[in-house]
Design a protein around this ligand. Structure first.
Ligand code: UT7
Length: 333
């Protein structure tokens, strides 16, 4: 029997309308457009406004576009895998809330929390379900309302993050396209440098934890930066070497958008020219699980069937990894 590959057959994405500029941020904390552009490379980020709105609402928009573009009705979907660190609630899983809101009634769903590598982990997981032959339409969505856990009095972290959502459809094919390989890693020692202190079972929410601002992102930027640069570059180069890819035969790098300096260091180690590296951090900031599909969505019209693409990310956990895929179709759907 022919081998079943899992191929991306469409991309949808959504960013909310509200634009938080460096100018506005510099009225909130002691920072400047110049510092943020030089040290991080972000000009503006999107923020979801509105009482009671969560990550699922962003995903409803991105998946609605995906269903439209792939001509899929909600009832046809078999599985929804949602990567997020900002679930609507501790439980149930945001995947279930998204499915309910969209009328995806014949599917099962679950969440994956792998920090900024969430989309990679979710894509790798979805791939296995498709390759098994059991499931034919698997949605992988990365969706984040990062503004719900950003401390807008902490100048070290508040410029970095933004809200957004991106989703892909995975379907089976016997052609030699789709997800080819994955290299995924995690190392829990990194948690001391990047975590949320309260709200979990170790330290449930209380008046004290709220007063101590412990429900926001805690990040020791310099430590995270050091590990991100070396691990993202190492794993991306390793993936190239394993598959005999060169800077000529690799068509695109889709890097996690955390800091322009991390992206540049990764591309440099891969000896890739700028034109092959997707970068939209200046517009959207770090949307955690949503950065990779937001890039695929923005560059979709330039992609061609068979293009060699490496997706690469690093994030909380620590988690990091790379996925090598061959693109499934020509241009924008
Ligand atoms: O996606 C999840 C994974 N996360 C990441 O990949 C983030 C990795 N880390 C980073 O991107 C960077 O470490 C940051 C952007 C968070 C910080 O940049 P940095 O170049 O590492 O700055 P730093 O923390 O070493 O701080 C340098 C200086 C300090 O001043 P002194 O001590 O040298 O006087 C900070 O107080 O910059 C100061 N600073 C700021 N100045 C103006 C820190 N934040 C700001 C700010 N505006 N927003």
């Amino acid at each position: 029997m022919a081998k079943i590959n899992a191929v991306i057959t469409g991309v949808g994405a959504y960013v909310p309308d509200y634009i938080l500029t460096n100018q506005e941020l510099s009225t909130m904390v002691d920072t400047s457009d110049e510092w943020i552009m030089t040290r991080i490379g972000i000009k503006e980020r999107r923020i979801l406004k509105g009482e009671g709105k969560g990550s699922s609402d962003l995903a409803v928009e991105s998946i609605s576009e995906l269903l439209r573009k792939t001509n899929t009705s909600p009832e046809e979907v078999d599985l929804v895998i949602c990567a997020t660190v900002t679930p609507d609630m501790q439980f149930p899983a945001t995947a279930n809330i998204i499915s309910d809101k969209l009328g995806i009634n014949n599917a099962f769903g679950f969440d994956i929390n792998a920090g900024c590598s969430g989309f990679l982990y979710a894509l790798a997981t979805g791939t296995k379900y498709v390759q098994s032959g059991l499931y034919k339409k698997v949605i992988v969505v990365g969706t984040e309302k990062m503004s719900s856990i950003v401390d807008y009095t902490d100048r070290q972290t508040c410029p970095i993050f933004g809200d957004g959502s991106g989703a892909v459809m995975l379907e089976p094919t016997t052609e030699d396209i789709g997800v080819m390989d994955e290299m995924l890693h995690s190392a829990g020692f990194g948690r001391k440098h990047l975590h949320q202190k309260a709200g979990g079972s170790c330290k449930p929410s209380s008046h004290e934890t709220v007063d101590a601002r412990e429900h926001y992102i805690y990040q020791e930027g310099r430590h995270v930066f050091k590990h991100a640069v070396s691990n993202m570059a190492d794993v991306s180069v390793e993936m190239m070497q394993k598959h005999g890819l060169t800077n000529e035969t690799l068509d695109w790098l889709v890097p996690h958008q955390a800091n322009n300096r991390i992206i540049e260091a990764t591309a440099e180690r891969m000896e890739l020219p700028k034109e092959k590296v997707m970068i939209n951090i200046q517009k959207f900031g770090n949307t955690t699980s949503a950065t990779l599909p937001l890039c695929l969505w923005e560059w979709e019209d330039e992609l061609k069937k068979g293009d060699n693409i490496i997706l690469s990310a690093f994030g909380a956990g620590f988690t990091w990894g790379a996925i090598y895929l061959k693109w499934g179709y020509d241009g924008d759907k």
